[in-house]
Ligand binder design. Structure first.
Ligand SMILES: Cc1ncc(CNC=O)c(N)n1
Length: 237
């Protein structure tokens, strides 16, 4: 270990110069990549995905249901930020996320009508129901702000990095999925995810060890739910 790093050791023995989210990413890389490099995502990137009615139903119909549950969760994070955050810009970042969800719901409706997917008759799949219930369990007042904002960051980042990977050099995204990939994989959305990550790191710096460990468990749960979400693409979830 470098001298400088040793000097920054805290009483608990942890180095405090590496952001918490960075330590998690190093520790849980394989699991994280399991979500952002899921076979379904890779098939979009490689252009081998068959965008049949079933896949359209997943990407549009199931995700529409997810996003509708995501909105009240984000609202709860917004409330917590107003009450518990000492930094004014937190609210603005979260509010920006809310605004893009309003836009997203309209986009889902547009895509649904293009592909003749009836959004009102989509039956949520088990994995989706479980994920939405998990979101609901995080809306309660007993959930600490650092834990809730961690979940929010993880949900947005996994999606952003998955679709950004599809758009990276060498990808062959089919024309009909190009707009989908750009919606979440664009650089602006990436910058927004980085702002969320900075909020997480800052709020965890001030949190107790118990809250930090709750947040880590929550991060892992999100990644697992994201993997299960894409596992629906094989039809046997
Ligand atoms: C399953 C899932 N995870 C994350 C996102 C991205 N957040 C909002 O749109 C999403 N649309 N769907």
């Amino acid at each position: 270990m470098e001298k400088e790093e040793t000097a920054k050791m805290t009483v608990t023995g942890a180095t405090n110069n590496i952001p918490v989210t960075e330590t998690w990413m190093r520790k849980h890389r394989l699991l994280y990549d399991g979500a952002t490099r899921h076979p379904f995502i890779l098939s979009i990137r490689q252009g081998s995905v068959d965008f049949s009615s079933f896949k359209r139903w997943l990407v549009i119909g199931q995700d529409y249901i997810f996003v509708r549950s995501f909105v009240p969760f984000v609202a709860s994070v917004l409330m917590k930020s107003c009450k518990e955050s000492s930094v004014e810009s937190d609210m603005e970042v979260i509010l920006g996320g809310m605004a893009s969800l309003a836009d997203e719901i309209n986009w889902f409706k547009k895509e649904a009508s293009k592909y003749h997917v009836s959004l009102t008759s989509v039956v949520p799949q088990n994995a989706n129901v479980t994920y939405c219930r998990f979101l609901e369990s995080l809306t309660g007042q007993e959930i600490e702000y650092p834990v809730a904002i961690t979940a929010f960051w993880a949900i947005e980042s996994v999606y952003q990095q998955s679709f950004a990977h599809c758009l990276e050099e060498g990808g062959r995204v089919p024309q009909e999925l190009q707009e989908t990939c750009e919606r979440w994989g664009n650089e602006g959305f990436g910058a927004y995810c980085n702002s969320l990550r900075d909020i997480v790191d800052r709020s965890l710096q001030k949190a107790s060890a118990e809250v930090v460990s709750k947040a880590e468990v929550c991060f892992l749960s999100v990644v697992e739910h994201e993997v299960e979400f894409w596992n629906m693409s094989t039809g046997d979830a």
